[in-house]
Design a protein around this ligand. Sequence first.
Ligand SMILES: O=C(O)CCC(=O)C(=O)O
Ligand SMILES: [Fe+2]
Length: 303
Amino acid sequence: MWETVGPDVPSVIAERDDPLVDLANGHISAIVLRNVLSLDECHEIVGNLIARGLLMDPNAPDYQAFQDVAIPEGHFAPKGSDTQQAWKEDRQDESKKLRIDIGSSLGYRGNDMPAFFEHAKETHELFESLWSESLNPINTIYQSLTSLASGRKVKTAEELDGRRYGPAIIRAHYGGYSYKPHFDSVRKREGRTDYSVHRFENQFAGVLMLQNGRIEAEGAHGRIYDCFWKPEIHPYLANGTFYEYVRKHEIESTEVDLGGGELYFFNTGCIHEVPAVEGETGRIVLATFIGFSESDDEIFVWS
Ligand SMILES: O=C(O)CCC(=O)C(=O)O
Ligand SMILES: [Fe+2]
């Protein structure tokens, strides 16, 4: 049984000496923290983003208006490529499948370093205007991570000259947007040797659910496989046949069911997926990537 630990920080640290090392080694599948924000706080955060025109109003969804800032499904830009790659598949209703990002994604923008850091600077300014000291979901993620970090210092990723990465990113997914089985790694997938976050041996994600657009019982949860990426898996991911690999090798997986106000940390070096969410209201998360090495007393967070 591939264990998930939780449901709050005191329980996790009572049970584990150094939970992030367990996550790095694949000894646990995820750290799931329930109720780090209340549902009311999540509603307030999402309502504010809609009022500011940063997210679509579910009562008057205007998919066209947000098309320009939408991120294509399955995008990522490996180092050296000019274009973002996307999974190509025939879809029933492409026009409503939408992802809106509020923030600066290294994966999406990192091929142009100066532009990336300029974008991240604007993101810091925007975020400062969005949240108060008393209700700041980014602080919620950083504080939870700090409590799990066995004394290591958690900070927004930066370069030696002080240029800062985006601290976190809001991602809103509509119309059945999904993440197919994949892994995330600035080291092993994106090859971003020129960025400081390349120094970390492990990459995690910390994802805080602000709104789970899932229709009850439809079963669209995150799934993490007990399987680190390695070169032999590449063709299965590329061809969409990873489920065959899973069956053949009897790979275990964990389903993580998150409601509003719940936060999970997992190792993005393990293959993971988020099936399509069909709900009308959208699945809205605050997401981070996390760079971790056991012997490094700093933990970098970026988006
Ligand atoms: O939205 C999520 O729960 C996870 C998405 C994902 O695959 C990632 O952030 O790497
Ligand atoms: Fe991912």
